[in-house]
Design a protein around this ligand. Structure first.
Ligand SMILES: Nc1ncnc2c1ncn2[C@@H]1O[C@H](COP(=O)(O)OP(=O)(O)O)[C@@H](O)[C@H]1O
Ligand SMILES: [Mg+2]
Length: 288
């Protein structure tokens, strides 16, 4: 299956149960480290992570620490920080750096409304990771790694906790490296925290990174009167994703207006529009 989805519904055969069959397919990493604009310190941390992943195999598998350090083993890395700062890109880049495919799992892919199905789906994810020798990447992992529900008055809470227990067990058994990305770290369950070896913090780009981002997202071919330095200084507190989106939105606006060049005022308006919609929304809930 070459399409970019992990949920595959077989339309021809009659489904055995009400649930569609889930197939988790790894993909070639879409980004490399060179595609991501980050402060040097964060970039170095990502490179360290890639090294850790390589060495984890040596230490745990070949040198046998999987037997002696079964439960102190730390196999995860967590990329955290605001939405749109390059965490998903970074996960791809790490996999690419390791010359591995990446198996991207969003919680929605494994969550099932049927009691007991979610843990089964999670097992399939880990099995697929093993079978395909790919890097597991739990994107937007908040839902799955957050604290256990303590007030278990409802069946749903029981099943959420059951899912977490299964997740912990699967992580304990897993022989390989896992990447998580989350916009919230506050809610992480300590049991998961203990299994994560490195936390890499992503921040909104500083002035220099914003300059580089603007430069990156203004195509060479585009006729324009944009001043990168001006843009970088004028708009603080915006993410790489905001910059990329603003450029694209402004370009479509210019095209619709029949302009043959992109005027800076259109980009200003596009950024302001993004800032406004972010403020109108709960900033934590904005999806990149
Ligand atoms: N640091 C960055 N460098 C280059 N592009 C970025 C960066 N951060 C975000 N982008 C742009 O925004 C898009 C969304 O970024 P993503 O990695 O999904 O953010 P996150 O996972 O942190 O929410 C990327 O595909 C890219 O176009
Ligand atoms: Mg993301």
């Amino acid at each position: 299956m070459g399409i970019d989805t992990h949920r595959s519904v077989e339309p021809t055969s009659k489904p055995k149960s009400e649930e569609p069959e889930l197939v988790f397919v790894p993909e070639e990493p879409k980004f490399s480290l060179d595609d991501i604009i980050l402060p040097q310190a964060v970039r170095d941390e990502l490179l360290d992570v890639a090294t850790y992943a390589d060495n984890a195999h040596l230490v745990f598998e070949i040198w046998g620490f999987k037997h002696t350090h079964k439960f102190s083993r730390r196999i995860g890395i967590n990329l955290y920080g605001p939405s749109g700062t390059g965490k998903t890109m970074a996960a791809h880049a790490i996999a690419k750096n390791l010359n591995r495919k990446i198996l991207v799992v969003n919680y929605a892919d494994v969550e099932s409304k049927y009691v007991g199905e979610t843990p089964k789906n999670l097992r399939k994810v880990f099995d697929a990771g093993r079978a395909t020798n790919s890097i597991l990447f739990f994107d937007e992992a908040d839902a799955i790694l957050s604290r256990r529900v303590t007030n278990m008055t409802q069946a749903v809470d029981v099943s959420v906790n059951q899912t977490r227990s299964v997740m912990l067990m699967l992580m304990n058994e897993y022989q390989d490296f896992i990447i998580f990305a989350t916009n919230f770290i506050e809610n992480f369950d300590p049991a998961f925290m203990r299994r994560i070896s490195v936390h890499v913090k992503f921040e909104l780009p500083d002035l220099e990174c914003r300059r580089r981002l603007w430069r990156k997202y203004i195509p060479k071919e585009l006729p324009n009167n944009l001043d990168v330095d001006e843009l970088a200084r004028k708009f603080e507190g915006i993410s790489g994703s905001d910059i990329a989106n603003a450029m694209l939105n402004a370009a479509f606006k210019a095209a619709r207006l029949g302009s043959n060049s992109l005027d800076r005022t259109l980009v200003f308006a596009a950024v302001e529009n993004i800032i406004e919609s972010k403020q109108a929304n709960n900033p934590h809930r904005i999806k990149s």
